[in-house]
Design a protein around this ligand. Sequence first.
Ligand code: NIG
Ligand code: FE
Length: 418
Amino acid sequence: MANSLAVINCSQVVTLAGAKRARTGGDLRQLSIIEDGAMLVRGDRIEAVGRRREIEALIDGECDVVDAGQRAVLPGFIDAHTHPVFAGNRANEFEQRTAGATYREIAARGGGIRATVRATRNASLTDLVKVGKRYADWFLRCGTTTVEAKSGYGLTLEDELKILRAIRQLDQQTSLNYVPTFLGAHDLPSEYQSRRQMYVDLVVNEMLPRVAEEKLAAYCDVFCEENVFTTDEAWQILSAARCHGLGLRVHADQLSLSGGAKLAAELNAATADHLEHTDATGIAALKAANVQPVLLPGSVYALGSNRYPAAREMIDAGLAVVLATDFNPGSSPTPSMTMILSLACTQMKMTPAETITAATINAAYSLGRGDEIGSLEKGKRADFVIHDVSDYRELPYWFGIEHPWWVYVAGKLAYNRV
Ligand code: NIG
Ligand code: FE
């Protein structure tokens, strides 16, 4: 069989095979594990997954054989909320927070998102692709094979287009897969401080049409928050985005109960993200509208807060929970999905199995790609990771260390630890 690859001698193949939909309730714990399993890949697709003996019977002389050495094999992580294109970093603000300053205080004095906007406006497309490649490597090393990638550090037409073009180039030039999201309403730029509606009009009338025309984004997002964009402003932007054919995601109820979750429900958004302050009414609204919550415990941790989103209540309410890093230079400077799984277990009391589902198949469905990625099943793209552990529960258990041994994207080796 030409151009084929067999992965054998796996302690576990964690397939996530199951119903063709995002998983809720008890299904979040069903990982469909094959002990002593193996997998056959042809070209960029999964051809078969099964017991070692079944797969070995399909191997012929032309097939490359990869011995996993009794390690666990999982689908590549899908990180459904990241901000991976920006210049500089904000280690200075991290230090200020250790001295007691809050994220909002730092933003109010011109730091925060606006500091990264200044640096990113000064960077060229080439500069952004160069630093973006460094972060792409980080994601792959952490076992992530697809990221949702937001713009939002430009806040002018040209600078937002520059970031989205950088995302497109990163998708083409690295092994990591990117799903682009336009976040022109990430913050009100300082030059529009006293002209809020003019900025909203700029996003609606100039940025969105160009982004749609050049097919630079699959989704549109808005940071809906006190002192950022109101629910009314977010509504104007998101409903215009929908008319352009974009899917919707919302930064909702992160720092206060600002109504973002309810808005996401009203607009039938794909996701409502953050939700640290969402109450029972908001959870019920998300359920009624079938919106997926994307929980980002890395930002709670890195901001030194202890107000984590109510994951258990959301799971009990029947929501198809997703976990993501929120990788960005301000509130969550980590590309590590296993760090997020660990936080979800210890701080939000999700089980290890639930966290794996939330970071793979549920994340895939939240990006409209559940039929392509997120599980190890015949016909899906061969995005998988051999982790240097024998049991999937070790992934969130050993923390502060990355486990990927070999990472494959579309059947090709994308990262090799040894
Ligand atoms: O998801 N909340 C808004 N956006 C990011 C933070 C971006 C930044 O601080 O640079 C977030 O936490
Ligand atoms: Fe974010």
